[in-house]
Design a protein around this ligand. Structure first.
Ligand code: BJW
Length: 234
């Protein structure tokens, strides 16, 4: 069995990480679309860095932990890995590390990772848990203050190409089962993955509400991810 999972902000909502498009999707008065673009970073890097600094600090708070849905996915992957014939890929749009903390191994972060920083010059990525700003020294050259401002959060902004698209397309075209969990189906190309799966694939959407992508699925399961994912994967 080839299983492809796509997760979005809804799976981490019950762990205390806010979704993007809820009733008040504002940060300090800014719509997140205003701070999640390369143009915003070019215009006001300090503002954009602070947006991600706050989210990084929040992610590292001890009370933010994987929930039952993250755990159910990790346990399902372990069960599948007992058979050599099975393939499993967990594609997440989330930049948190809750899937890894729950024990998932085969995770592809198509929109990047909050706990990594990227050098603007070399595009090299580094594990990163601290605040970033224009004065952050480069990790390869920590004493050289002249190289300040060369690091950005390792995230995919609007207009940038998501990570791992070839691998995602390959997994989608081979999938027997595709499950999208807690994603609004509004942001492309993630929202188009369901249409890459073959007609024989069983497509399941798990969400609290209907989404624009719902008609593309064979089954739509309504409810909280923490209560539904384990049941679907049992
Ligand atoms: C629960 C729950 C619970 C709540 N249980 N469920 C016009 C038409 C089509 C496309 C475009 C267009 N104009 C521009 C574009 C392209 C653009 C795009 O899609 N824009 C749309 C908004 C219109 N896309 C891009 O720019 C992408 N790049 C691109 O297209 O490159 C060109 C290219 C691609 C491919 C080949 C060649 C060229 C890049 C997109 C990058 C998105 N980046 C962000 C920010 C990442 C960093 C950060 O986190 O700050 O990614 S935006 C933001 O949205 C974030 C998320 O990953 C992404 C998706 O959001 P998600 O996860 O779906 O969250 P929500 O909040 O929207 O929904 C939560 C859902 O959970 C809801 O449905 C709830 O009901 C549910 N839920 N609690 C279960 N407990």
């Amino acid at each position: 069995m080839n299983v492809l999972i796509l997760t979005g902000a809804g799976i981490s909502a019950e762990s205390g990480i806010p979704t993007f498009r809820d009733a008040n999707g504002l940060w300090e008065g800014y719509a997140f679309e205003e701070v999640a673009t390369p143009a915003a970073f070019a215009r006001n890097p300090a503002l954009v860095q602070e947006f991600y600094n706050q989210r990084r600090r929040a992610l590292l708070r001890p009370e933010i932990q994987p929930n039952a849905a993250h755990v159910a996915l990790a346990e399902f992957e372990k069960r599948l890995s007992d058979s050599e014939d099975d393939e499993f890929l967990l594609v997440t749009q989330n930049i948190d590390d809750l899937h890894e903390r729950a024990g998932s191994d085969n995770v592809l972060h198509m929109h990047g990772e909050l706990l990594k920083a990227q050098c603007l010059e070399t595009l090299e990525c580094y594990p990163w848990r601290e605040d970033l700003d224009e004065t952050t020294p480069h990790p390869d050259d920590p004493d050289d203050e002249t190289r300040c401002g060369m690091l950005r959060p390792h995230v995919v902004w609007f207009g940038e190409i998501p990570i791992g698209l070839d691998r995602i397309e390959k997994a989608a075209t081979r999938a027997n089962v595709f499950i999208a969990i807690g994603t609004s189906g509004l942001v492309y190309p993630a929202a188009g993955i369901v249409s890459m799966t073959p007609p024989s694939c069983r497509r399941i959407e798990i969400n609290m509400d209907d989404t624009p992508a719902s008609p593309s699925f064979d089954e739509t399961i309504r409810g909280r991810a923490s209560e539904t994912v384990g049941r679907v994967l049992a």
